[in-house]
Design a binder for this molecule. Structure first.
Ligand code: HEC
Length: 309
Protein backbone atom coordinates (compact mmCIF):
# COMPACT_ATOMS: atom_id res chain seq x y z
CA UNK A 1 0.00 0.00 0.00
CA UNK A 2 2.83 2.37 0.95
CA UNK A 3 4.49 1.75 -2.39
CA UNK A 4 1.29 1.91 -4.38
CA UNK A 5 0.61 5.59 -3.71
CA UNK A 6 3.93 6.99 -5.00
CA UNK A 7 3.67 4.63 -7.97
CA UNK A 8 0.23 5.97 -8.80
CA UNK A 9 1.44 9.54 -8.43
CA UNK A 10 4.38 8.88 -10.71
CA UNK A 11 2.09 7.32 -13.30
CA UNK A 12 -0.20 10.33 -13.04
CA UNK A 13 2.66 12.73 -13.59
CA UNK A 14 3.91 10.72 -16.54
CA UNK A 15 0.52 10.96 -18.22
CA UNK A 16 -0.11 14.56 -17.27
CA UNK A 17 1.65 16.13 -20.30
CA UNK A 18 -0.43 13.94 -22.62
CA UNK A 19 -3.63 15.07 -20.89
CA UNK A 20 -2.53 18.69 -21.18
CA UNK A 21 -1.82 18.29 -24.85
CA UNK A 22 -5.36 16.99 -25.37
CA UNK A 23 -6.89 19.85 -23.41
CA UNK A 24 -5.17 22.32 -25.66
CA UNK A 25 -6.94 21.05 -28.74
CA UNK A 26 -9.40 23.34 -30.39
CA UNK A 27 -13.04 22.23 -30.55
CA UNK A 28 -12.98 21.63 -34.27
CA UNK A 29 -10.00 19.33 -34.46
CA UNK A 30 -10.53 15.63 -34.65
CA UNK A 31 -7.49 14.35 -32.79
CA UNK A 32 -7.79 10.67 -33.67
CA UNK A 33 -8.11 11.03 -37.40
CA UNK A 34 -5.56 13.82 -37.52
CA UNK A 35 -2.90 11.89 -35.71
CA UNK A 36 -3.63 8.85 -37.82
CA UNK A 37 -3.28 10.89 -40.98
CA UNK A 38 0.05 12.24 -39.80
CA UNK A 39 1.09 8.70 -38.88
CA UNK A 40 2.19 9.69 -35.36
CA UNK A 41 0.12 7.39 -33.25
CA UNK A 42 0.23 3.65 -33.92
CA UNK A 43 -2.98 3.05 -31.94
CA UNK A 44 -4.86 5.57 -34.04
CA UNK A 45 -3.40 4.07 -37.20
CA UNK A 46 -4.73 0.70 -36.17
CA UNK A 47 -8.09 2.34 -35.53
CA UNK A 48 -8.11 3.42 -39.13
CA UNK A 49 -7.72 -0.21 -40.16
CA UNK A 50 -10.66 -1.12 -37.97
CA UNK A 51 -9.07 -3.57 -35.51
CA UNK A 52 -7.95 -1.35 -32.68
CA UNK A 53 -8.45 -1.07 -28.95
CA UNK A 54 -11.66 0.38 -27.56
CA UNK A 55 -11.94 4.05 -28.48
CA UNK A 56 -12.53 6.63 -25.77
CA UNK A 57 -15.67 8.72 -25.75
CA UNK A 58 -16.40 11.52 -26.10
CA UNK A 59 -14.22 11.83 -29.21
CA UNK A 60 -13.87 15.58 -28.54
CA UNK A 61 -13.78 17.55 -25.31
CA UNK A 62 -16.43 20.27 -24.83
CA UNK A 63 -15.31 23.87 -25.13
CA UNK A 64 -15.29 25.76 -21.81
CA UNK A 65 -17.64 28.72 -22.02
CA UNK A 66 -18.17 31.76 -19.82
CA UNK A 67 -21.29 31.27 -17.73
CA UNK A 68 -22.79 34.03 -15.58
CA UNK A 69 -23.20 31.53 -12.74
CA UNK A 70 -19.57 30.36 -12.73
CA UNK A 71 -17.22 30.95 -9.82
CA UNK A 72 -17.88 32.02 -6.23
CA UNK A 73 -19.51 35.33 -7.22
CA UNK A 74 -21.69 33.95 -10.00
CA UNK A 75 -25.29 34.97 -10.55
CA UNK A 76 -28.14 33.78 -12.73
CA UNK A 77 -28.76 35.76 -15.88
CA UNK A 78 -32.55 35.83 -15.62
CA UNK A 79 -33.07 36.96 -19.22
CA UNK A 80 -30.99 33.97 -20.34
CA UNK A 81 -32.92 31.55 -18.15
CA UNK A 82 -36.21 32.89 -19.56
CA UNK A 83 -34.92 32.35 -23.10
CA UNK A 84 -33.76 28.84 -22.12
CA UNK A 85 -37.23 28.07 -20.79
CA UNK A 86 -38.70 29.19 -24.10
CA UNK A 87 -36.33 26.91 -26.04
CA UNK A 88 -37.18 24.02 -23.73
CA UNK A 89 -40.91 24.61 -24.04
CA UNK A 90 -41.00 25.08 -27.79
CA UNK A 91 -38.43 22.48 -28.84
CA UNK A 92 -36.96 20.05 -26.32
CA UNK A 93 -40.16 19.34 -24.35
CA UNK A 94 -41.51 17.42 -27.37
CA UNK A 95 -39.21 14.59 -26.27
CA UNK A 96 -37.73 15.46 -22.85
CA UNK A 97 -39.70 15.71 -19.61
CA UNK A 98 -38.70 17.72 -16.54
CA UNK A 99 -40.74 16.02 -13.88
CA UNK A 100 -39.00 17.42 -10.77
CA UNK A 101 -39.62 21.07 -11.69
CA UNK A 102 -42.99 22.60 -10.77
CA UNK A 103 -44.49 25.56 -12.59
CA UNK A 104 -44.40 27.58 -9.36
CA UNK A 105 -40.58 27.20 -9.33
CA UNK A 106 -40.54 29.46 -12.40
CA UNK A 107 -41.17 32.48 -10.16
CA UNK A 108 -37.42 32.28 -9.48
CA UNK A 109 -36.84 33.23 -13.13
CA UNK A 110 -38.47 36.60 -12.50
CA UNK A 111 -42.07 35.77 -13.45
CA UNK A 112 -45.01 37.03 -11.40
CA UNK A 113 -47.57 34.71 -9.83
CA UNK A 114 -50.08 35.67 -12.53
CA UNK A 115 -47.61 34.91 -15.32
CA UNK A 116 -46.84 31.51 -13.81
CA UNK A 117 -50.57 30.75 -13.56
CA UNK A 118 -51.07 31.62 -17.21
CA UNK A 119 -47.99 29.59 -18.20
CA UNK A 120 -49.19 26.52 -16.27
CA UNK A 121 -52.65 26.76 -17.81
CA UNK A 122 -51.12 26.29 -21.27
CA UNK A 123 -50.28 22.71 -20.31
CA UNK A 124 -52.69 19.79 -20.02
CA UNK A 125 -52.16 17.69 -16.93
CA UNK A 126 -53.64 14.31 -16.10
CA UNK A 127 -55.45 14.23 -12.76
CA UNK A 128 -57.74 11.85 -10.96
CA UNK A 129 -59.21 9.45 -10.39
CA UNK A 130 -62.57 11.22 -10.15
CA UNK A 131 -65.71 9.86 -8.43
CA UNK A 132 -66.18 7.32 -11.21
CA UNK A 133 -62.62 6.05 -10.92
CA UNK A 134 -61.62 7.69 -14.20
CA UNK A 135 -58.44 9.71 -14.84
CA UNK A 136 -59.19 13.04 -16.50
CA UNK A 137 -57.29 15.89 -18.17
CA UNK A 138 -57.37 19.46 -16.90
CA UNK A 139 -55.34 22.65 -17.46
CA UNK A 140 -52.17 22.90 -15.36
CA UNK A 141 -51.95 24.95 -12.13
CA UNK A 142 -48.77 26.36 -10.54
CA UNK A 143 -48.34 23.42 -8.16
CA UNK A 144 -48.23 20.91 -11.04
CA UNK A 145 -44.95 19.60 -12.36
CA UNK A 146 -43.90 19.76 -16.01
CA UNK A 147 -45.72 16.86 -17.68
CA UNK A 148 -43.59 14.26 -19.44
CA UNK A 149 -44.18 13.87 -23.20
CA UNK A 150 -44.39 10.07 -22.99
CA UNK A 151 -46.43 7.95 -20.55
CA UNK A 152 -43.46 5.68 -19.67
CA UNK A 153 -39.80 5.10 -20.63
CA UNK A 154 -40.72 2.20 -22.90
CA UNK A 155 -43.07 4.36 -24.95
CA UNK A 156 -40.38 7.07 -25.06
CA UNK A 157 -37.79 4.58 -26.33
CA UNK A 158 -40.19 3.08 -28.86
CA UNK A 159 -40.82 6.52 -30.35
CA UNK A 160 -37.10 7.41 -30.51
CA UNK A 161 -35.33 4.54 -32.20
CA UNK A 162 -34.85 2.57 -29.00
CA UNK A 163 -33.29 5.29 -26.80
CA UNK A 164 -35.52 7.09 -24.31
CA UNK A 165 -34.79 10.85 -24.13
CA UNK A 166 -33.58 11.43 -20.55
CA UNK A 167 -35.56 13.66 -18.17
CA UNK A 168 -34.10 17.18 -17.95
CA UNK A 169 -34.60 17.76 -14.20
CA UNK A 170 -31.09 16.74 -13.15
CA UNK A 171 -29.40 16.19 -16.50
CA UNK A 172 -27.09 19.23 -16.35
CA UNK A 173 -25.52 17.85 -13.18
CA UNK A 174 -25.64 14.20 -14.25
CA UNK A 175 -23.57 15.04 -17.36
CA UNK A 176 -20.86 17.05 -15.59
CA UNK A 177 -18.23 14.98 -17.37
CA UNK A 178 -15.36 13.26 -15.64
CA UNK A 179 -12.34 15.43 -16.53
CA UNK A 180 -9.58 13.17 -15.28
CA UNK A 181 -6.19 13.81 -13.73
CA UNK A 182 -4.80 16.43 -13.46
CA UNK A 183 -7.59 18.71 -14.69
CA UNK A 184 -9.86 17.88 -11.78
CA UNK A 185 -7.22 19.20 -9.36
CA UNK A 186 -7.23 22.58 -11.09
CA UNK A 187 -11.02 22.44 -11.15
CA UNK A 188 -10.97 22.38 -7.34
CA UNK A 189 -8.99 25.63 -7.32
CA UNK A 190 -10.91 27.40 -10.07
CA UNK A 191 -14.26 26.10 -8.75
CA UNK A 192 -15.08 24.71 -12.19
CA UNK A 193 -18.58 23.26 -11.92
CA UNK A 194 -19.90 24.00 -15.39
CA UNK A 195 -19.07 20.64 -16.96
CA UNK A 196 -22.77 19.89 -17.53
CA UNK A 197 -23.72 23.10 -19.37
CA UNK A 198 -20.45 23.00 -21.36
CA UNK A 199 -21.30 19.46 -22.42
CA UNK A 200 -24.89 20.25 -23.38
CA UNK A 201 -23.78 23.25 -25.45
CA UNK A 202 -21.09 21.18 -27.19
CA UNK A 203 -23.56 18.37 -27.89
CA UNK A 204 -26.28 20.57 -29.39
CA UNK A 205 -23.80 22.51 -31.55
CA UNK A 206 -21.73 19.41 -32.37
CA UNK A 207 -23.82 17.89 -35.17
CA UNK A 208 -23.03 18.00 -38.85
CA UNK A 209 -19.32 17.14 -38.65
CA UNK A 210 -17.62 14.50 -40.79
CA UNK A 211 -16.62 11.31 -38.95
CA UNK A 212 -13.29 9.70 -39.80
CA UNK A 213 -13.71 6.50 -41.90
CA UNK A 214 -12.93 4.23 -38.92
CA UNK A 215 -15.48 5.97 -36.73
CA UNK A 216 -18.03 5.96 -39.52
CA UNK A 217 -18.00 2.15 -39.57
CA UNK A 218 -19.01 1.99 -35.90
CA UNK A 219 -22.02 4.29 -36.27
CA UNK A 220 -25.29 2.42 -35.78
CA UNK A 221 -28.08 2.95 -38.31
CA UNK A 222 -30.65 5.50 -37.12
CA UNK A 223 -28.15 7.41 -34.99
CA UNK A 224 -26.49 10.76 -35.66
CA UNK A 225 -22.74 11.31 -35.49
CA UNK A 226 -21.74 13.71 -32.72
CA UNK A 227 -18.14 13.65 -31.47
CA UNK A 228 -19.14 15.28 -28.17
CA UNK A 229 -21.60 12.53 -27.17
CA UNK A 230 -20.30 10.90 -24.03
CA UNK A 231 -21.13 7.25 -24.62
CA UNK A 232 -20.75 6.49 -28.33
CA UNK A 233 -19.79 8.09 -31.64
CA UNK A 234 -23.44 8.79 -32.43
CA UNK A 235 -26.73 9.20 -30.56
CA UNK A 236 -30.40 8.61 -31.24
CA UNK A 237 -31.31 12.29 -30.95
CA UNK A 238 -31.50 14.00 -34.35
CA UNK A 239 -30.11 17.57 -34.45
CA UNK A 240 -32.89 19.06 -32.30
CA UNK A 241 -32.80 22.74 -33.24
CA UNK A 242 -31.80 24.98 -36.13
CA UNK A 243 -31.06 28.70 -36.58
CA UNK A 244 -34.11 30.96 -36.27
CA UNK A 245 -36.40 28.23 -34.90
CA UNK A 246 -37.26 30.01 -31.63
CA UNK A 247 -38.18 33.67 -31.62
CA UNK A 248 -36.48 35.82 -28.96
CA UNK A 249 -38.21 39.02 -27.88
CA UNK A 250 -35.12 40.55 -26.26
CA UNK A 251 -32.96 40.79 -29.37
CA UNK A 252 -30.56 37.95 -28.45
CA UNK A 253 -29.14 36.19 -31.54
CA UNK A 254 -31.45 33.46 -32.81
CA UNK A 255 -28.71 30.95 -33.53
CA UNK A 256 -28.11 27.34 -32.53
CA UNK A 257 -25.10 28.51 -30.52
CA UNK A 258 -27.19 30.97 -28.50
CA UNK A 259 -30.15 28.57 -28.13
CA UNK A 260 -27.89 25.88 -26.73
CA UNK A 261 -26.19 28.29 -24.31
CA UNK A 262 -29.57 29.46 -23.06
CA UNK A 263 -31.14 26.04 -22.71
CA UNK A 264 -27.99 24.69 -21.00
CA UNK A 265 -28.07 27.55 -18.47
CA UNK A 266 -31.76 26.89 -17.92
CA UNK A 267 -31.07 23.18 -17.37
CA UNK A 268 -28.37 24.05 -14.85
CA UNK A 269 -30.90 26.18 -12.98
CA UNK A 270 -33.43 23.32 -13.12
CA UNK A 271 -30.86 20.86 -11.76
CA UNK A 272 -29.58 23.15 -9.02
CA UNK A 273 -31.82 26.17 -8.41
CA UNK A 274 -29.87 27.15 -5.27
CA UNK A 275 -26.45 27.04 -6.94
CA UNK A 276 -25.79 30.76 -6.49
CA UNK A 277 -26.85 30.78 -2.84
CA UNK A 278 -24.76 27.69 -2.18
CA UNK A 279 -21.64 29.35 -3.53
CA UNK A 280 -22.30 32.63 -1.70
CA UNK A 281 -22.83 30.76 1.58
CA UNK A 282 -19.68 28.73 0.97
CA UNK A 283 -17.66 31.89 0.42
CA UNK A 284 -18.90 33.56 3.63
CA UNK A 285 -18.23 30.30 5.51
CA UNK A 286 -14.62 30.18 4.29
CA UNK A 287 -14.04 33.81 5.31
CA UNK A 288 -15.56 33.07 8.72
CA UNK A 289 -13.37 30.00 9.21
CA UNK A 290 -10.22 31.92 8.31
CA UNK A 291 -11.04 34.79 10.70
CA UNK A 292 -12.06 32.30 13.39
CA UNK A 293 -8.80 30.35 13.02
CA UNK A 294 -6.87 33.61 13.51
CA UNK A 295 -8.91 34.48 16.60
CA UNK A 296 -8.34 31.02 18.07
CA UNK A 297 -4.61 31.40 17.57
CA UNK A 298 -4.59 34.73 19.43
CA UNK A 299 -6.79 33.36 22.21
CA UNK A 300 -4.54 30.34 22.62
CA UNK A 301 -1.57 32.66 23.07
CA UNK A 302 -3.42 34.64 25.75
CA UNK A 303 -4.66 31.56 27.62
CA UNK A 304 -1.20 30.02 27.85
CA UNK A 305 0.65 33.32 28.32
CA UNK A 306 1.44 32.83 32.02
CA UNK A 307 2.49 29.18 31.75
CA UNK A 308 6.28 28.69 31.75
CA UNK A 309 7.61 26.19 29.17
C1 HEC B 1 -37.13 14.26 -31.39
C2 HEC B 1 -36.95 14.09 -29.98
C3 HEC B 1 -35.94 14.97 -29.27
C4 HEC B 1 -35.92 16.34 -29.18
C5 HEC B 1 -36.88 17.35 -29.79
C6 HEC B 1 -34.81 16.67 -28.32
N1 HEC B 1 -34.17 15.53 -27.92
FE1 HEC B 1 -32.56 15.40 -26.71
N2 HEC B 1 -32.59 13.38 -26.82
C7 HEC B 1 -33.47 12.64 -27.58
C8 HEC B 1 -33.12 11.23 -27.47
C9 HEC B 1 -33.85 10.10 -28.16
C10 HEC B 1 -32.01 11.16 -26.61
C11 HEC B 1 -31.25 9.90 -26.19
C12 HEC B 1 -30.09 9.71 -27.16
C13 HEC B 1 -29.30 8.46 -26.93
O1 HEC B 1 -29.10 8.06 -25.76
O2 HEC B 1 -28.85 7.88 -27.94
C14 HEC B 1 -31.70 12.52 -26.22
C15 HEC B 1 -30.66 12.85 -25.36
C16 HEC B 1 -30.36 14.16 -25.00
C17 HEC B 1 -29.29 14.52 -24.08
C18 HEC B 1 -28.42 13.57 -23.31
C19 HEC B 1 -27.22 13.10 -24.05
C20 HEC B 1 -26.43 12.14 -23.19
O3 HEC B 1 -25.27 12.44 -22.86
O4 HEC B 1 -26.98 11.09 -22.80
C21 HEC B 1 -29.29 15.89 -23.98
C22 HEC B 1 -28.35 16.74 -23.14
C23 HEC B 1 -30.33 16.37 -24.85
N3 HEC B 1 -30.96 15.30 -25.44
C24 HEC B 1 -30.63 17.71 -25.00
C25 HEC B 1 -31.66 18.18 -25.79
C26 HEC B 1 -31.99 19.59 -25.92
C27 HEC B 1 -31.25 20.72 -25.22
C28 HEC B 1 -33.07 19.66 -26.74
C29 HEC B 1 -33.80 20.91 -27.20
C30 HEC B 1 -33.01 21.91 -27.87
C31 HEC B 1 -33.43 18.30 -27.12
N4 HEC B 1 -32.55 17.43 -26.53
C32 HEC B 1 -34.47 17.96 -27.96
C33 HEC B 1 -34.52 13.12 -28.33
C34 HEC B 1 -34.83 14.47 -28.48
Amino acid sequence: MKKLLPALLAAGLAFAPAAFAQDGKGPNENSASEQAAAGQDPAAEEAEEGHAETPHYPLKEPEELDWSFAGPFGHWDLAQLQRGLKVYKEVCSACHGMKLVAFRNLEALGYSEEQVKAFAAEYTVQDGPNGDGEMFDRPGIPSDYFPSPFPNPQAAAAANNGAAPPDFSLLAKARAAERGFPTFLFDLLTQYQQGGPDYIHALITGYGQEPSPAVEKSIQPGTYYNPYFMSAPALAMPPPISDGQVEYADGAPQTVDQYSRDVAAFMMWAAEPHLVERKATGFVTMIFLIVFAGLLYVVKGRVWAGTPH
